[in-house]
Ligand binder design. Structure first.
Ligand code: DAH
Length: 338
């Protein structure tokens, strides 16, 4: 009988050594300890033995069962501890930092508008918006631009039909705001404008502007200069110089074009400033009394100033970009620099 037990134990030991997975060990457990397993088979032999041997054999089987259980448990332990590093290596290393998802960035035009808004917000300007599909009235008439003005031809403006067009300037928002609000008014209006220009390094049929308007009693040209000087120094840096050149716009009187010392070459002269040391950044002036009349403001009581700047131009000057088309091509290498 003892021989039988020994054989069973040997067989188990061989099989357990060959077991490679937890599943193998599970099967051995059933084979030996299960209801129809080897141990139970041995138990069944007890009644066939002579009465005086039964007790001893019973004890032997019991201690044998404990041995077998230990062997199998040992195998389980070994196999499951082996399986953990295996999983780690094969599937993933939980200690590695995760892959960061690319969350994107603001487009440089949007970034520039945000920066401009921030400077003017500190000077107390609200942000206003107007429609891109506009009436001729807001784009021209109310802004004192006469019917025979060259900018009103379809060489310079996209007409949709009759008196509906794509706005060619954000000055339209001046009228829309003044129609609905009483002075004091202090707004900037960013947005897209459209012109049938041939696309090249400096022109696009669509670009962005930021309009500014301040109306109150007793506003003077020096207020305009003060506000623009503050904007230019904050946005481009305190060493940048500003100069006003007399100009003409139908909606302002007097009007000026404003230049800054070239921020690329610090005024020494380069291709960006055509070797003049100065670059134009915006148009501005005191609101023409005729504009006030079209929104029923009393020109005797109120004065104001307005200005309009091209956003792409400002961004190009700030970052030394020499081709406006870069803003619209969705080239990720270009865009990711901002
Ligand atoms: N609207 C003008 C343009 O698109 C820019 C401009 C000039 C706006 C003078 C103004 C201004 O408000 O006062 O060229």
């Amino acid at each position: 009988m003892l021989d039988k037990l020994k054989k069973v134990k040997e067989a188990l030991q061989n099989e357990i050594e060959a077991a490679a997975t937890l599943k193998d060990a599970e099967q051995l457990k059933i084979k030996y300890l299960g209801r129809k397993g080897a141990i139970n088979d041995l138990m069944k032999l007890i009644p066939t033995l002579p009465a005086e041997q039964r007790a001893t054999f019973g004890q032997q089987i019991n201690s044998f069962k404990i041995d077998i259980t230990d062997i199998i448990n040992e195998a389980f332990k070994k196999l499951s501890s082996e399986s953990i590093p295996k999983v780690k290596k094969e599937i993933f290393d939980v200690t590695l930092p995760g892959k960061r998802p690319f969350i994107g960035k603001m487009h440089p035009v949007t970034r520039t508008i945000e920066d401009i808004k921030e400077v003017f917000a500190r000077l107390g300007f609200d942000v206003a918006y107007g429609p891109e599909v506009e009436l001729e009235y807001y784009n021209f008439e109310a802004l004192n631009i006469p019917p025979d003005h060259p900018s009103r031809t379809d060489f310079d403006t996209f007409y949709i039909k009759n008196d509906i067009l794509l706005r060619s300037q954000t000055s339209t928002v001046q009228i829309r705001i003044m129609e609905n609000q009483k002075p004091p008014i202090r707004i900037i209006a960013p947005g897209r404008v459209y012109r049938p220009d041939t696309v090249d390094a400096r022109h696009s049929f669509m670009f962005h502007q930021v309009e500014g308007l301040l109306v109150d009693e007793g506003v003077s040209f020096s207020d305009l200069k003060g506000v623009l000087n503050q904007f230019i120094k904050t946005y481009f840096g305190k060493d940048v110089q500003m100069r006003f050149r007399p100009s003409f716009f139908p909606f302002t009187e007097p009007s000026a074009e404003v230049d800054i010392s070239c921020s690329i070459c610090s005024g020494k002269g380069c291709s960006v400033c055509s070797y003049s040391g100065w670059v134009e950044i915006l148009g501005a002036g005191m609101v023409n009394p005729n504009v006030f009349k079209s929104v029923h403001y009393d020109p005797e009581k109120y004065t104001g100033f307005a200005f309009g700047m091209g956003v792409e131009r400002i961004a190009m000057l700030k970052h030394g970009i020499d081709d406006i088309r870069l803003f619209y091509e969705n080239n990720i290498h270009f865009l990711s620099q901002f």
